[in-house]
Design a protein around this ligand. Structure first.
Ligand code: GLA
Ligand code: GLA
Length: 693
């Protein structure tokens, strides 16, 4: 039977088989809170008689939503075509009685055993050629038409049954999509993708320079899958294929959910912060909401690295997002699963909200008595009574309820944007040239001082609208696309200040070297270019490798990388120069800037230390009239501005080891304490939520 007929008949069968749930018996929907506290709950792992006790404990902790069913396929469809919905109807009803809303997960991350046994073609292949099997999760192939059909069917049935349920607020597609398929079907699909993208083999061969090593293709079916040491054009195409395939994989479910559910029910999927397995800008564009799973793992929260991941997620759809999972104290998958300190879980939650999260969900409520993750942190123990962290989360829940109205309708707004690009991170990681050239560290080295100064940063892609920013910094933009170049040139010509970091615009759309050297299409505007790049050895182990840099931002050394710049326009100014080092770099420009009308473009070719980058960031912000959102604040205290609906809120969290006193820029109202303040003292992990008058 052709696939569309099959789907049609499945849909018809579904209409006959499903009796819509009796909505009239549902309690009235609660007013949704502005800040949602949640927990991952797995009712299918427990007898129904236990649910009420769990939900009552959640309600006491002000937990206002549960995410369920993302792994419950075998409970919803125990054997092929036999659906069990009654338990789920009851679970949603039981939650509603406790004023707890429900996010439904589509279960495609965990296909049941009967499915993989009957349809082994749905199983993915690992990159080493081994086929996955049942017993873990994510064994389904993201390209398999049969798997798509089966995922679509269960998603559609869920949507039809719960799409108008007043207690269901949204949908999570799958769970942490990330496991590609490297089997024959994926290879054929990738070849089709390359064909559609490059149209002719001549075009492909030219743009990948396949004359190199006799790589030239005479048939699309000759193109291999390569992940690491392949032709850079091929590597990038594989990643773009993977990104488009995940998008299609999600759309397969979105297309049956959206027409069957109320408009108020949103659709999201949970991503993983810095994870770069696919281009999130590609995959996220069809979703209503961005959401991510925020785990510290071993050690403690790093507010910069974690803050970057929040800002990155907020940048996918350029609006507030959800933290769909976070650790209740500790995880089970790290080398050493240390716990966050007492108070740190609460502090972290407010840091999340500060960066634009509107919800924080703890994974998970209670551990299953068996299963792969028995030792993971939870809010209740194996006996179903609270663990020590429960009361901290309950306090947080009370605070969410109290501060929610003030934070409603607010979000972070920034004068500064940092450009982020998956193409660029991949390109650098495939050819680091210095093993220490970590694109994440590179981008963080700029994010950190800029966040300290501006106190709010947007992270966006190179094609995003830039008009609203006074300063746009691109520390790690190795791959500049044609569209990106147009956007950046227009930004500078319209009066913006663009700062490029090391290796910027070295590559083009195909991951080829820019034919006119870095920064390629921006070189004319800059009035300068990169004459040569040099990998630099570690100055600690090889002192003779030290590359001094000095100038406007102070005296320092260039680590990991140093680019010899040249100036080609009379009005391009040299900001920093190299000192005596390898001969080539001696006395050469290390950072240059040029005023272009009301705008400015700056290029930094040295990898400088934090103190010098802080000076550089001060220069960038001053030159661009960027102001601090809050004002002076002691080191270690993070401030997060959120504004909207005429309100200006500042969340303050003290991550310093000692208590800190903060003088407020004006008298502000402390929402948690219900009083006006002009100074404030915060203990370690202390939190204040202040509303400007
Ligand atoms: C070898 C190979 C060349 C080239 C160089 C690079 O010598 O023969 O083709 O790969 O290494 O250093
Ligand atoms: C991920 C998954 C969860 C769980 C947690 C454990 O985020 O989405 O199902 O495995 O990790 O930390």
């Amino acid at each position: 039977m052709p696939q569309h007929h099959k789907l049609l008949s499945l849909a018809l069968a579904a209409t006959v088989a499903l009796t819509p749930h009796a909505f009239t018996q549902q309690p009235k929907p609660d007013v949704p809170p502005a800040l949602y506290l949640g927990a991952a709950w797995y009712p299918e792992q427990w007898p129904e008689s236990r649910w009420d006790a769990d939900l009552a404990l959640m309600e006491q902790a002000h937990i206002r939503f549960v995410r369920i069913t993302e792994f419950a396929w075998s409970t919803m469809e125990p054997t092929e075509g036999n659906f069990e919905w009654t338990w789920l109807d009851h679970a949603i009803d039981a939650a509603a009685k406790h004023h707890i809303a429900v996010v439904l997960g589509t279960p495609s991350a965990t296909p049941p055993a009967w499915l993989t046994q009957k349809y082994p073609e749905t199983l993915r292949f690992e990159s080493d050629g081994k086929q996955d099997e049942h017993g873990n999760r994510q064994q389904g192939s993201f390209v398999s038409p049969k798997y798509r059909e089966l995922c679509r069917d269960i998603a559609e049935r869920m949507a039809k049954r719960y799409g108008h349920n007043p207690n269901v607020i949204g949908w999570q597609l799958d769970n942490e999509i990330s496991a590609e398929d490297y089997g024959p079907a994926a290879k054929a699909a990738c070849q089709d993708w390359v064909h559609a993208h490059y149209k002719t083999l001549d075009n492909l061969n030219t743009r990948w320079t396949t004359a190199y090593w006799s790589e030239a293709y005479t048939d699309w079916s000759q193109i291999p899958i390569q992940e690491k040491y392949g032709n850079p054009g091929l590597l990038l195409s594989w990643k773009r294929f993977v990104s488009d395939t995940w998008r299609a994989y999600d759309l397969n479910q979105i297309q049956v959910i959206r027409p069957n559910v109320d408009k108020r029910q949103w659709i999201t999927t949970n991503t993983m912060g810095w994870f770069d397995g696919y281009d999130h800008y590609t995959v996220e564009q069809d979703l209503d909401l961005a959401a991510w799973d925020d785990y510290v793992g071993r050690g403690h929260l790093d507010p910069y690295s974690n803050g970057f991941a929040h800002d990155l997620t907020r940048g996918f759809l350029r609006k507030n997002f959800w933290v769909m999972e976070t650790q209740p104290g500790f995880v089970n998958w790290s080398a050493n699963n240390t716990a966050l300190d007492k108070g740190e879980v609460r502090a972290m939650a407010w840091h999340d909200i500060g960066h634009g999260a509107d919800a924080v969900e703890y994974w998970q409520w209670r551990s299953a008595l068996n299963g792969q993750e028995e030792l993971h942190g939870t809010l209740v123990g194996s006996d179903g009574t609270p663990v020590p962290l429960y009361s901290e989360v309950a306090q947080l829940g009370a605070e969410f309820a109290k501060a929610g109205p003030a934070l409603a309708g607010t979000s972070p707004h920034s004068q500064v944007a940092i450009l982020h690009s998956y193409d660029s991170r991949w390109a650098v990681n495939w050819q680091r040239h210095n093993q220490n050239f970590d694109p994440i560290q590179q981008i963080l080295s700029y994010y950190k001082p800029l966040r300290q100064l501006a106190q709010s940063i947007d992270i966006i892609q190179q094609t995003a609208p830039l008009d609203s920013y006074k300063l746009v910094v691109a520390p790690g933009l190795a791959v500049l696309t044609g569209e990106g170049a147009k956007n950046l040139i227009a930004y500078v010509q319209n009066g913006g200040h663009l700062v490029l970091g090391q290796r910027a615009a070295m590559k083009d759309d195909d991951n080829s070297l820019q034919a006119n050297r870095a920064p390629g299409p921006l070189a004319t505007l800059l009035g300068g270019r990169v004459e040569q790049f040099y990998a630099i050895d570690d100055e600690k182990t090889t002192p003779e490798a030290t590359v001094p840099v000095e100038g406007k931002w102070g005296d320092t050394t260039s680590k990991i990388w140093a680019e010899q710049l040249s100036v080609t326009a009379p009005d391009t100014e040299v900001l920093m120069r190299y000192g005596k080092s390898n001969g080539w770099l001696d006395g050469q420009p290390a950072a240059i800037t040029r005023k272009v009308g009301k705008g400015r473009i700056t290029y930094i070719g040295a990898w400088m230390d934090d103190a010098t980058l802080l000076n550089a960031a001060k220069w960038m912000t001053e030159t661009s009239s960027v102001t601090a959102a809050f004002g002076p604040i002691p080191e270690g205290v993070d401030v997060y501005p959120r504004e909207g609906q005429g309100k200006k809120i500042f969340i303050l969290v003290n991550f310093a080891k000692t208590p800190q006193t903060i003088t407020l820029p004006s008298t502000m109202h402390s929402i948690l304490e219900d009083k006006d303040l002009s100074t404030l003292s915060l203990d370690r992990y202390g939190v204040a939520i202040l509303q400007a008058r």
